[in-house]
Design a protein around this ligand. Structure first.
Ligand code: SF4
Length: 352
């Protein structure tokens, strides 16, 4: 069964915060408020493009702080989406919000309108990083909100950012550890992008903020992805944040932008697995195991690995990055083949 999200962007016009990476203040007034009729129109038109069977559809309210808008407006918007839920035309409603905009009164109301998933913009579990990012909430707010949400039958999602001001590799890893301890079902990882007309842009232009490079962000996100997966938490997104808290029409001034960022991260995970497999095999050879004859020609070694056929492009890497890296670092010519018996992420050494 395939899952579909019907995205509904709800800009939080009255947002009293001023997160350093957000350009919402600048565009306030440029975006028309979403009305219940807009929601009916968005969901109806989207449904026409989706299959009628074998699908799970959620209306997804993005915008960062849905539960910060006045309760009667929340109810009006949710009520419009709930009409589709009541008719069985969609299967759930999801939304994203801030950790300090969660209370029992809010959660009771969300439950009343059939909300299924709540995602919290955590961004960091380090109070210094949160303060430097002007988030306006603390680590303790995140813990309190996550625990409160888990007392309800909602699916909990947590979103974190990397490369925020004062953030480091270790602090991001620690944030991931603390997120894991809160046991969310899903996680999103967003490397920080410097958007035009934000305070972060000023910091960047004055040399007080150094954005992550693509390579740094990939290396860190690789570690985070493995941590979450090891703990049974599904990472539903890594990379560009197009319609969430950073508004769509902000242009990126600096930061780890790549249109296939998640694929870069997953390819880096494959590279490590392939390299480890080959090195382990080479060690066994040194200990006296029979060496593959193909491996000795002209000092260049040949390796053939198999992965699930759907994962071949990730194992090969963006623009054959893994093939090129293995050749330049280990002098190994790598061939990647498909094997349908292998599951996603599994790598088998066929010949080395
Ligand atoms: S990121 Fe969200 S909470 Fe922060 S200023 Fe923008 S809209 Fe407000």
């Amino acid at each position: 069964m395939r899952t579909y999200n019907i995205p509904i962007f709800v800009p939080h016009k009255g947002c009293p915060f001023d997160c350093v990476f957000c350009n919402q203040k600048r565009i306030t007034g440029e975006i028309r408020e979403v009305t219940p009729d807009d929601i009916r129109e968005i969901i109806s038109s989207y449904l026409k493009t989706l299959p009628k069977t074998d699908r799970y559809i959620e209306a997804a309210f993005f915008g960062g702080s849905f539960t910060g808008i006045p309760m009667d407006e929340q109810s009006a918007l949710l009520s419009a989406a709930h009409e589709f839920l009541a008719r069985g035309e969609i299967d759930g409603i999801r939304l994203s919000t801030r950790p300090d905009y969660i209370s029992e009164e809010i959660l009771d109301n969300l439950q009343k309108y059939g909300v299924t998933t709540i995602e919290l913009g955590v961004q960091s579990m380090n109070d210094e990083v949160l303060k430097a990012s002007n988030r306006g909430h603390t680590r303790a707010d995140v813990v309190k909100a996550a625990e409160m949400i888990k007392r309800y039958p909602f699916t909990l999602g947590l979103q974190m950012m990397t490369g925020l001001p004062l953030d480091t590799f270790e602090r991001s890893v620690e944030t991931a550890r603390e997120i894991i301890a809160l046991k969310p079902a899903i996680v999103r990882i967003y490397p920080t992008l410097t958007i035009k007309d934000t305070y972060l842009e000023k910091l960047y232009l004055s040399g007080k903020y150094k954005p992550q490079t693509v390579d740094e962000a990939v290396e860190l996100c690789k570690r985070l992805l493995l941590m979450f997966e090891k703990n049974g938490i599904t990472v539903i997104r890594i990379g560009l944040q197009a319609t969430d808290e950073i508004c769509e029409n902000g242009s990126v001034v600096a930061g780890p932008v790549h249109s296939a960022f998640r694929e870069l991260v997953e390819s880096a995970v494959y590279y490590d697995k392939i390299e480890k497999l080959i090195k382990n095999c080479a060690k066994k050879c040194e200990k006296g195991a029979k060496k593959c004859e193909k491996s000795a020609k002209n000092g260049t070694k040949n390796a053939v690995i198999a992965v699930n056929p759907r994962e071949i492009s990730k194992a090969v890497g963006n623009r054959r990055a893994n093939i090129i890296k293995l050749k330049s670092e280990e002098n190994i010519d790598l061939k990647v083949t498909g094997d349908a018996s292998l599951s996603k992420g599994e790598v088998k050494l066929v010949c080395f």
